[in-house]
Design a protein around this ligand. Sequence first.
Ligand code: ZN
Length: 406
Amino acid sequence: MSRTLLAGGLVFDVHTGRRERADILIEDQTLLAVGGADEFATDPHATIVNIAGKTVLPGFSNNHVHVGWSGMGWDGSPTGILRDQALQDSDGINGIKAVANLRKSLKVGLTALRDLGMNNSAFDANEALKRGMVKGPRLFIAGKAIMCTGGHTWWCGRQADGPEGVRLAVREQVKAGADHIKIMASEHTVQYTPAELQAAADETHLLGKRITTHSTLPQSIRNVVNAGFDSIEHGGFADDDVLATIAERGIMVIPTLSPNVLQTERGPGRGMPEDVLAARHVRFAKNPPGAALIKMRQAGIKFAFGTDAGSPCVPHDEILGEMRALLAHEVVTSPLELIRMLTINSAELRGDAEKLGSVEAGKLADLVVVDGDPLTDVEALGRVRHVFVAGEHLVVDGELHDWYTW
Ligand SMILES: [Zn+2]
């Protein structure tokens, strides 16, 4: 049995939005107690970590990542565009990228990642974590994303057609260890028929899992809602009756502003083709980033945090850019909403809020300690001093600690 006492901190309550002086006693993987000032200061069995004046939050989650993608630039960059990475890089290289990305994620306070598919790298990264070969955030994986023949990102997913074909593809991912299923339901047009989407959702639910989707067009969003999907990635414009249904059923949306915002900012310096950039500006002139998401917020739809990490110009340790963009584009209206997206909403999205997502006795000890008050200064969320995953102290005074276990 090991005990750690976090002494002198201010604990952030994601339910009330208040920060209060409390010490935290961790026993093995669990938060044994969250107490009043100095309540456990005399525990002789505990290793004491002094965090006087710092803020303790539940560990952060990034709910839209691709651990096998680098998040670098376009052609000409050391790793090439996504398609090149997917088709040309060996399994070994993909595995090494995944490990590097786990390490980067940990350092910015991420204690949970929800991977949304890219070859087999997430399966391998998960296996390495389970074997204790590497340390990192908890990893929840989709395995390969499922799309129709030639569908969105077909070059790195599992192409499947027809209701029976889609059912088989779902079963394969679950057999291989998927925690959830990702369906590509649109690209420039709607992809997949209502019957195929229904088969995907039914099969996923039959196997006790949750199903999410890349659906960015109004008709596609209507189709996945009708089929009973549990969440929607990126968000997009949808008809009012569909928005109302999404809110009513508690279907969560994971906005990902980072690709649009960071690529437009940095892409030109990193090999982004001029025509792609020009098309982006035309699109933003019509609808600024976040316009569809503001409508979703106004309809009462709940959001969870995600960056699409691994996309060009979106590295896995860059989560502050998404936070700033969510506030700047008014997708969220307060830092408290943002903190809930990072923590308790993420746990609800995965269905494990009884164990994770808030700092409460009895929950698992996934914690982030930051410098400053994130309610008055969102940049404080970037000043990560300590990170605990299941009670293990993996970031100490801002540095990765005891990371090599083999
Ligand atoms: Zn993605």
